[in-house]
Design a protein around this ligand. Structure first.
Ligand code: ATP
Ligand code: MG
Length: 365
C-alpha cells in the first residue's frame, strides 16, 4: 500500500504557532523524511465558507497568507502538492454520496462540532453546510486515498468520522475489493503540541479567538505578545512558589524549548526540568522566563520570517504553485470519483454489461 498524507488548514487567517507545533512542523519533517509517496496539503476555503458565508473576501484574502506560511515554513512544492479545496469539484460530489452514510444524530455527537457551534453562537440556527463539514472532510481525506493525516488533537473526531464513512462505504459498495482507504491521525506526541493554548491562557490558540502568535508576526510583535502573556496569577512576588499547571509560558516552553536553547540563552539551567523546579520552589521571576521563551521562539520563527519576505516578492508564482497543485489534485480526485461511482453502480454509460443485459431482456432473449 502507498503511504499518502493529506492535511490542511482553513484560510481564515494567517497560521499561528499552534498550527506550527500541532501540524505544520511535523508535515515538513514528514515531507523531508522520504517515507511518503505523496503529500497533499489543502487550503480548505470551501470549509472556511461554512462559517464565513457572509465574508467571502476574508477567505479570498487569506488563501495567499496560508500559502505564504506554508512555503516559508518549509513545505516544498516540488515534494508536496499544495492545492485549493474549492477548485476540486469532485470533492463536493464525494461529499454528497457520503452524506447517505451518516446520520444526523451521529453528526450531533461530534464533540469538536459541538464546541465550535457554541463558539460561533450557532445553537439557534446551524447552517447545514457547517453541520456537515465532517462529511466533506471525509471527502478531502479519501479523494487521494490518504492513510496518514497529521493534525492537532481537535481533529480526532473528524478522522473518526472519516473512518466510519470509509468502513461503511467499503462494506456496502465494495466488499470484495475496497475502494476507499481508512486513514489514521498522526497527532503530536508532546502534550503541549496537541492543543497549544492561546496567549490569553484559553484552551486553544485559534484564529477565531484572536489569541495567537502568528508565524508572520514581526520580532517586535512576538516580543510584545510574549511579555504580556498569561502566567500564574498566584505568582505575585519573585520569591513566591510558582505553578506550572495552566501556566501558558511553560506550556510554550514544553512545545519549543530544547536543551541547547538553555546553553545559548539561559545557562543558569541545563534544561527545562531544572528551570521548572526553580520556578515551583520560588525565586524565579516571570519576566526572566518570558525573556527566555522570547529568545527560543524568535530563533524558531526568524528563518520562516526571512523566507516569507522573499516569497512575498513573487505573489504570482505562489498562485502558479497552487494552480499546478490543484490541477494535479483534480486528476487524482477524478480517478477516485470514477471508482466510487462504479462501486455505487451509477456509472451507467461505462457499464456495458448493464446495457447488454437490459437490451437482451427487452428483446425477450
Ligand atoms: P479556525 O478558528 O478558523 O478553526 P484554527 O486556528 O482552529 O482556525 P484550523 O485551520 O481549523 O485552525 O486548523 C488547522 C490545523 O491546525 C488542524 O490540524 C488543527 O488541529 C491544527 N491546530 C489548530 N490550532 C491548533 C492549536 N492551538 N494547537 C495544535 N494544533 C492546532
Ligand atoms: Mg479549527
Amino acid at each position: 500500500m502507498s503511504n499518502i498524507i493529506l492535511t490542511g488548514d482553513r484560510p481564515t487567517g494567517r497560521l499561528h504557532i499552534g498550527h506550527y507545533v500541532g501540524s505544520l512542523r511535523r508535515r515538513v519533517e514528514l515531507q523531508n523524511s522520504g517515507e511518503y509517496d505523496k503529500i497533499y496539503i489543502m487550503i480548505a476555503d470551501a470549509q472556511a465558507l461554512t462559517d464565513n458565508m457572509d465574508n467571502p473576501e476574508k477567505v479570498r484574502q487569506n488563501i495567499i497568507e496560508v500559502a505564504l506560511d506554508y512555503v516559508s515554513a518549509g513545505l516544498d512544492p516540488a515534494k508536496s502538492t499544495l492545492f485549493i479545496q474549492s477548485q476540486i469539484s469532485e470533492l463536493t460530489e464525494l461529499t454528497f454520496y457520503y452524506m447517505n452514510l451518516v446520520t444526523v444524530s451521529r453528526l450531533q455527537r461530534n464533540p469538536t462540532v459541538k464546541s465550535e457551534i457554541q463558539l460561533r453562537n450557532f445553537e439557534a440556527s446551524i447552517p447545514v453546510g457547517f453541520f456537515t463539514y465532517p462529511i466533506s472532510q471525509a471527502a478531502d481525506i479519501t479523494f487521494c486515498k490518504a492513510n496518514v493525516v497529521p493534525v492537532g488533537e481537535d481533529q480526532l473526531p473528524m478522522i473518526e468520522q472519516t473512518k466510519e464513512i470509509v468502513h461503511k462505504f467499503n462494506a456496502i459498495y465494495a466488499p470484495d475489493t475496497p475502494v476507499l482507504v481508512e486513514p489514521k491521525a498522526l497527532i503530536p506526541e508532546a502534550e503541549a503540541c496537541k492543543r497549544l493554548p492561546g496567549t490569553d491562557g484559553k484552551a486553544k490558540m485559534s484564529k477565531s479567538l484572536g489569541n495567537c502568535i502568528y508565524l508572520a508576526d514581526s520580532a517586535d510583535e512576538v516580543r510584545t505578545k510574549i511579555m504580556s502573556m498569561y502566567t500564574d496569577p498566584l505568582h505575585l512576588q519573585v520569591s513566591d512558589p510558582g505553578h506550572l499547571e495552566g501556566n501558558t509560558v511553560f506550556t510554550y516552553l514544553d512545545a519549543f524549548a530544547r536543551d541547547e536553547h538553555f546553553e545559548r540563552y539561559c545557562p543558569d539551567y541545563a534544561n527545562l526540568d531544572e528551570m521548572k523546579a526553580h520556578y515551583t520552589k520560588g525565586g524565579l521571576g516571570d519576566v526572566k522566563v518570558k525573556k527566555f521563551l522570547n529568545n527560543v521562539i524568535q530563533e524558531e520563527l526568524e528563518p520562516i520570517r526571512v523566507r516569507r519576505a522573499a516569497y512575498e516578492k513573487d505573489i504570482p508564482e505562489i498562485y502558479n504553485i497552487l494552480k499546478r497543485g490543484s490541477d494535479a489534485a483534480r486528476e487524482v480526485a477524478a480517478q477516485t470519483l470514477s471508482e466510487v461511482k462504479q462501486a455505487m453502480k451509477i456509472d451507467y454509460f461505462e457499464d456495458m454489461e448493464l446495457i447488454r443485459e437490459q437490451s437482451a431482456r427487452y428483446k425477450g432473449l
